[in-house]
Design a protein around this ligand. Structure first.
Ligand code: ATP
Length: 492
């Protein structure tokens, strides 16, 4: 497919994209790097929207694109599919898996071909999950299903927006090889916001800056391009400003040790054990990173702390000086915890404005149901300005790009200065600058002990210097599922 964008200008309610002239020749695959602004979602939507239903209005021209021959994968698409499935599927409450929402069916429905479905399940390491419900998958498992689903359409042109987000180290490396193989027969646009995610085999790179098509270059030129150094310096300064804001409103509560303790923790579902024999103690002021492959139970473990996992009452847990299940309310626990995760992002389906999302952090609510104080609104306004979203204060959360939504949820978690800040893959969907800004800020927050971090990320590059304690899930050969290994300077 030969596609040309000419004098293109396109705006959604929160993002604008401009391309003066960009030619994607037939057989060419491109890497797209965007420093600021979610162009991947917009490119994908433009190339897949049918002529008779142009949800995204634009001026200028897109020639040569055939929407029926393009498949698109993004975090927003995954969120959308999940929402659709949850809206139709009430099987969870009835205690069984709806056959229409199994991993197998979600892929099969795109091709109606048994062999192809099984082949894709196997290639994307999903065979063991084929009868699981899509809505119960872990983040990384869900991302692989989305890719399989796009490939099942057998479209010759693929738009992959952040295909590596949420994948563990091993699956990222297999995906790299897999995409390289596919690139011999398919055309691809691979949109990334991490320089290390730009696939080796890509020959052409398009650089976007603040939503504007900036330049094209060869892979060699990209590797030596000064943009990354410029961005690093810029984000460092912004993080200092963000920290100053957090310091000014400092007020987190302190508890006696341990802040949290899990004794012989175990989570299992009818068909499988996720982990067992987990002993973990979190003392005051100690930051932790939770590690392990996709599906090992990292989010599940954090859900036991946060209190939204159904099996938190069947486990022996002490939190903030109380035994779980001893009459405390979930709100008493939650008021000391800030949380960012894909599950929370999914739950945040109410349609309040951007500023209300941040303010809702003071009340631990999804949506805002109380009249905030002037001070709370002032703090939230400062946060919006810091995140370059001041102009979007009144925009509805649902109308924002996935990355913008994620930034708001991070601000929502930090704003009340919780004792524990739980960050489960916080950077998912953020552009380069957004990620640097948040990572630098977390580093400073941890160093100054402004709050205590529990942190999950699959990228070595995301490690925070201030985190020296790790809990890592490893396969338990003796039993089913995983066990946890804890390490750090104070662990004997
Ligand atoms: N209701 C359920 N029934 C069966 N299995 C479930 C259910 N809910 C979750 N799981 C499984 O529990 C496992 C652990 O999920 P979890 O989200 O904790 O993994 P994770 O380590 O955070 O993974 P990732 O790195 O992909 O985010 C996954 O394999 C998931 O499919």
């Amino acid at each position: 497919m030969e596609i040309r964008f000419a004098q293109l200008q396109c705006s959604s309610s929160s993002v604008t994209m401009k391309i003066d002239d960009w030619l994607i020749e037939s057989q060419q695959s491109w890497g797209v790097f965007s420093t600021e602004g979610d162009v991947g979602e917009m490119l994908g939507q433009l190339l897949t929207q049918p002529d008779d239903d142009k949800a995204l209005v634009y001026s200028g021209q897109i020639t040569g694109a055939d929407p029926s021959q393009v498949a698109f994968v993004s975090l927003q698409q995954q969120q959308q599919l999940l929402e659709n499935i949850l809206a139709q599927d009430d099987s969870e409450s009835l205690g069984y898996t709806d056959p229409k929402s199994t991993v197998f069916r979600v892929i099969f429905d795109q091709c109606h071909d048994n062999n192809l479905t099984h082949q894709l399940l196997q290639q994307l390491d999903l065979t063991h999950l084929s009868q699981s419900s899509f809505s119960q998958l872990s983040t990384g498992e869900g991302r692989r299903v989305m890719l399989a689903r796009a490939l099942a359409t057998q479209a010759p042109f693929l738009v992959l927006d952040e295909p590596y987000a949420g994948l563990d180290v091993e699956h990222r490396s297999t995906l790299t090889m897999y995409l390289e193989q596919l690139s011999r027969t398919l055309q691809m646009l691979v949109v990334v916001s991490r320089e290390e995610d730009m696939p080796q085999w890509i020959e052409h790179v398009a650089l976007f800056s603040q939503g504007k098509f900036d330049s094209v270059m060869s892979k060699e030129q990209w590797v030596n391009h000064p943009v990354i150094h410029q961005l690093t310096a810029q984000s460092g300064q912004q993080s200092e400003e963000l920290l100053a804001l957090i310091r000014r409103h400092r007020h987190s509560a302190k508890f006696a040790d341990p802040v949290f303790e899990l004794h012989n923790g175990r989570v299992a579902y009818s068909d499988k054990v996720i982990f067992s024999g987990v002993n973990w103690r979190i003392d005051n002021g100690v930051h932790w990173q939770v590690k392990g492959p996709n599906g090992c139970g990292k989010s599940t473990l954090l859900g036991l702390i946060f209190g939204d996992h159904p099996q938190c009452y069947s486990n022996d847990i002490d939190i903030f000086g109380k035994k779980r299940g001893s009459g405390e309310t979930i709100w008493e626990i939650k008021q000391h915890i800030g949380m960012v995760s894909s599950a929370l992002h999914m739950q945040y389906r109410v349609n309040c404005s951007a500023i209300d999302v941040i303010v809702s952090g003071f009340y631990d609510s999804i949506g805002l149901y109380q009249k905030p104080t002037q001070q709370q609104v002032a703090i939230a306004t400062e946060w919006l300005a810091m995140l370059h979203m001041g102009h979007l204060a009144k925009t509805a959360f649902k109308q924002l790009e996935y990355g913008q939504q994620r930034l708001l949820l991070i601000a929502r978690a930090i704003v009340k200065q919780p004792t524990l800040l739980i960050l489960d893959e916080p950077y998912q969907g953020l552009d380069y600058l957004g990620r640097r800004l948040i990572k630098n800020s977390l580093e400073l927050i941890a160093k100054e002990q402004l709050t205590q971090l529990l942190y999950v990320s699959h990228y070595q590059q995301d490690s925070l210097d201030s985190i020296e304690h790790f809990i890592e899930f490893v396969v338990d050969d003796a039993h089913q599922g995983y066990r946890a290994v804890v390490s750090g300077p104070t662990i004997k």
